[in-house]
Write a protein that binds this ligand. Structure first.
Ligand SMILES: [Zn+2]
Length: 84
């Protein structure tokens, strides 16, 4: 017996075994996302991310903090031109 649970990624119903356990993984047949059972009764699925997310690049934040005010001015100017 299986239950249809909406895919959190593409909203297509995904069949999950009624006896599914927390942490069990299933694949969405439509978007091929890896999904994890995060709740039972009713069963809820969440997207299971690959290990790509694990390497957070601190260098990105260093670049931004060098000139935070200049960045804000640039955004303001762009906004004004858009509404012109
Ligand atoms: Zn999907």
């Amino acid at each position: 017996m299986s239950i249809s649970v909406e895919c959190p990624s593409c909203s297509v119903p995904v069949k999950v075994a009624a006896s599914a356990k927390l942490g069990q993984t299933v694949s969405c047949t439509a978007c091929k996302s890896n999904l994890e059972v995060v709740w039972l009764a009713p069963i809820e699925l969440d997207i299971l991310f690959d290990d790509d997310d694990e390497d957070t690049d601190d260098g990105l934040y260093e670049d931004v903090s060098e000139n935070p005010y200049e960045d804000y001015q640039y955004v303001d100017d762009a906004d004004n031109y858009d509404r012109d």
